[in-house]
Write a protein of this length. Sequence first.
Length: 375
Amino acid sequence: MQKPLLFTPLKLRGVTAPNRCVVSPMVQYRASDGLVNDYHLVHLGKFALGKFGIVFTENCAIEPRGRVTQGDLGLWDDGQIESHKRLVRFLKQEGALAATQITHSGRKGSTPRSFDKPGQLGPEGAGWQKWQVAGPSELAAADGWMVPRQLDATDVDDLVRKFGEAAKRADAAGYDVIEIHGAHGYLLAQFLSPISNKRNDQYGGDRAGRMRFPLAAARAVRESWPAHKPMFIRVSSVDGAGGWEVEDTVVFAKALKELGVDVIDCSSGGLTGLSTALPVKRSLGFQVPFAAAVKREAGISTMAVGLILDGPQAEAILQAGDADLIAIGRQALYDPFWAVHAAQELGCDSDFEMWTPEYGWWLDKRKNNLVGLKK
Ligand SMILES: Cc1cc2nc3c(=O)[nH]c(=O)nc-3n(C[C@H](O)[C@H](O)[C@H](O)COP(=O)(O)O)c2cc1C
C-alpha cells in the first residue's frame, strides 16, 4: 500500500518535516513577560509526543505592545531566548520541527483572555494590563474598542526592524520554521485592508501601498532568518469585511514568493474585532478553497487550516492538490495524539510503530490482549 501523503515527509529548504500534520498556533495566555514556562513545555510537548511533524508555538510578540494579551509569549528581548530553547530542544528531541509565529497585534492588542470577557480591556482591566494600542489609522476595530494611535513612517521602519530582530531571536532559540502572523485583523492585516488603513502616505492608498509594510516586514524576516530555514506567513485570505479578497491575497502571495516566503498559511477574517459576521460559513474545511486558490494561482505551497477533523479529510485535501500541509487547531486540543490516530485511520500504522516507543510497544501488546475480549 502506498503511504498516505499526510505521512510523506516534506522538504522545505534545508529542513524536512517528517509528515504533513501541523499544530496550528494557539495562544494560551499563560506567559509572564513573554517567557516560555513549564505550561508551554507540557502543552506543546504533548503534540510532539503525538507525532505532529511541525509544532507551532502561539503568536510571539515582537514588542510588548504587540501582544494581544498580557499573557502572550514574546520574542522582543534577548532575555527571552533561553526560555524558548528548552521548549525547542524537547520538540526536536521527539522528532518534530519546532516552529514559531511572530506577530504584532496593532489595534487589536490589550485584550483580556477570550474566555474572560471577549473584546478589549475596559477601564476596569480585570487585573490585566491595559496599554495604548497603535495601528495604521485612528480607527477602532469595533464599537467600544480603543482608537489606536496612528503609526508614523518612523514607527513603521522601527517595526520592520523589530520583525527582523524577532526572527534572529527565533533562530538563536533553535526554531526550524518561522511564520509571520499577517492574519486575523492584527497589525499587518490592518495595513492590508482598505477598511482599516485610510493612510495617504507610502503605506496606504492603493493595494501596492497597503502591501508595502507587510512586504517590508517579510523581507526583514527573510533577511534575518537563515537561508536554509523555511518561512511561512499566515494571511486572512479574505478580511471578512469586504476590503481584502482572495484576488488580493493571490497578488500578495506572488510578491511574498518573490522575496523568499515558502508557505502561505491560508486563514480568514478577524478584521473588525470580534465580529459575529463570519467571512465564510463554517463547514468542514471551510478555508481549504483559499489554500487551493493561492496554491494554484500564485504557484506557492500552502497550508490549509480550519475545521479539519480527521485523517481521511486531511488526506483528501492533500490528494486533491489543494494544500501541502494541514494545520490542526482545536482538534489537537481535543486529541493531542491526532497525528498518530490519523495514521491509524488511514491504515498506515496498525502496529503503533509511529508512536513514541514508550507508548507504542505497550499499546501494540495491549491490542493483542484485547483480541476476542468483550465488555
Ligand atoms: C485557543 C486558540 C488560540 C489561537 N491562537 C492563535 C494564534 O496565536 N495565532 C494564530 O494565527 N491563530 C490562532 N488561533 C487560530 C488557530 O490557529 C486556527 O487557525 C483556528 O482555530 C481554526 O482551526 P481549527 O478549526 O483547526 O481550530 C487560535 C485558535 C484557538 C482555538
